[in-house]
Design a protein around this ligand. Structure first.
Ligand code: HEM
Length: 463
């Protein structure tokens, strides 16, 4: 189960041809201010700013502090950047991630090391492995709805970020996962992700070394996250067990000479996977619950589908493929609220994109959010319409206009895993409860490296 738009034909980021007319520089986007450039807009209203760029051109120049970065605004050019071997993960976002999370985790490595790490991880995300995770996923999702029986107001952030690390870690790293540890992961990630976003759009390094409360909180969260990774690794080693999971794969991985990989790589890999998997999945669960309150008719349709397909027994892993409307609600949620809403890759060589020259070393930014909410690709683009994913309509979605998990060699390895978890959560939650927003919610987007509602408080009313 994956999410991509159909259509064939692959665009290219091509190298400039010798002798041909020199391609020009793309235009500068409007609104840059001295010192911060467009950084201010990317802090104040980043989603609106990035989405609005499409009206000014297919390729634009932006100023982030003293740096020039380039933005692409069409699905074709976004696909071209994501698929081109001339674009790598480097630039302010990745430098900041490497500095903070480690140099050797799969999300930030390039070249042969990255290829080997992806190969190593692959078996833990195959369908056969996913089937093995089924019982843990079912148990966690049912214990989530059980927790809500009390009728108390639900703090959706806390609940989403409790259940998703539990599922990801119990499935992929088979650890025991206490609530205290889940709370630590959740708290650390929230602080880390907003801090990392600021460091990306306002890359003024010395500012972040000042002894300010925000910097101290950020450093503490970071230290705790690294400690958590060490605890997970030490516990597994102390257990003497080697279950068939991702952690065993990482602990047993060999380098290109057939030697065991170093301790640093193991640590960085656990951190990279925990960071990449938890915040994205947790944010999407929040958006899903937001959708259930704003579109109660969709929650009811899911309830009806579960009744028809599953009947009165509990929903299981093997039902997920048959719950097609439920899946389409999940896909439409990810279209309108993609957790990874901004990405930046670096040109490793001179390339030409959309007729403009992008010099080697330049950073190119693109936004899955802007692409997935583009009226040129989607009719009634801001309307929540899960039926646009019915096969007869989905075929009209332009290629690369739906890329929540990206494409190419950096494509998310957790895409199928996430779709199964999200569909299971949607089916179980919507068939058990109706939801009403409770006072105190603030659904404006909280902008970090991921996108999610700021604060969502709900009442769960049993069906
Ligand atoms: C990479 C999205 C869940 C692990 C990515 C990328 C995207 C993405 C867009 C590409 C980043 C780039 O272009 O550099 C999402 C979304 C998720 C999700 C929307 C949930 C709704 C997960 C889960 C895991 C995971 C559950 C694992 C437990 C990773 C890793 C990478 C990655 C390790 C780095 C891959 C690489 O650079 O080769 N994800 N992800 N993700 N994701 Fe996910």
């Amino acid at each position: 189960m994956t999410v991509e738009s159909a259509h064939s034909g692959t665009p290219q980021a091509r190298r400039p041809s010798a002798g041909a007319e020199e391609p020009g520089e793309p235009p500068l986007a409007g609104g840059a201010v001295p010192l911060l450039g467009h950084g201010l807009q990317l802090v104040r209203d980043p989603v609106g700013f990035l989405a609005g760029l499409r009206d000014h051109g297919d390729v634009l120049r932006l100023k982030l502090g003293p740096k020039t970065v380039y933005a692409v605004t069409t699905p074709e050019l976004t696909g071209a950047v994501a698929l081109s071997p001339d674009y790598v993960v480097d630039g302010p976002l990745w430098e900041s991630l490497r500095g903070l999370l480690g140099e050797q985790g799969v999300a930030t490595t390039n070249g042969p090391l990255h290829q080997r790490q992806r190969r190593d991880m692959q078996p833990a995300f195959r369908l056969a492995a996913l089937q093995g995770y089924g019982p843990v996923m079912e148990e966690e999702v049912y214990s989530l709805v059980e927790r809500w029986r009390s009728g108390e107001t639900i703090d959706v952030t806390a609940e989403s970020f409790r259940v998703t690390p539990r599922i990801a870690t119990r499935c992929l790293m088979r650890g025991t996962y206490t609530d205290t540890r889940a709370d630590r992961v959740s708290a650390a990630l929230t602080t880390l992700f907003s801090g990392m976003y600021q460091r990306m759009v306002v890359p003024l390094g010395p500012l972040y070394r000042l002894p300010l409360p925000a910097n101290r909180a950020f450093n503490q969260a970071l230290a705790d996250f690294h400690r958590l990774a060490d605890e997970i690794i030490a516990e597994r080693r102390a257990s003497g067990q080697k279950p068939d999971d991702l952690l065993t794969v990482l602990l047993e991985a060999k380098d290109e000479n057939g030697d065991p990989i170093g301790e640093q790589e193991i640590h960085d890999q656990v951190v990279a996977i925990a960071v990449a998997g938890n915040e994205t999945l947790g944010s999407t669960v929040m958006s899903l619950l937001r959708v259930f309150t704003e579109h109660p008719e969709q929650a009811s349709l899911i309830h009806d589908e579960v009744k028809t397909v599953v009947g009165d027994r509990p929903v299981g892993f093997e039902d997920v493929d048959k719950l097609t409307h439920t899946r389409n609600v999940v896909v439409e949620t990810i279209r309108l609220y993609p957790a990874v809403w901004i990405l930046m890759h670096r040109a490793a060589a001179d390339t030409v994109l959309g007729g403009y020259r992008i010099p080697a070393g330049a950073d190119v930014v693109y936004s899955p959010y802007a692409i997935q909410c583009d009226p040129r690709s989607y009719q009634r683009h801001l309307e929540f319409d899960p039926d646009r994913w019915l096969p007869e309509r989905a075929k009209d979605v332009p290629k690369f206009a739906m890329i929540p998990f990206s494409v190419g060699n950096r494509k998310c390895p957790g895409d199928h895993f996430s779709m199964v978890v999200l569909t299971l959560i949607a089916a179980v939650v919507a068939s058990t409860y109706r939801f009403e927003q409770a006072p105190g919610s603030d659904i404006r987007p909280r902008i970090g490296i991921t996108l999610r509602p700021r604060r969502l408080l709900l009442k769960a009313i049993p069906r």
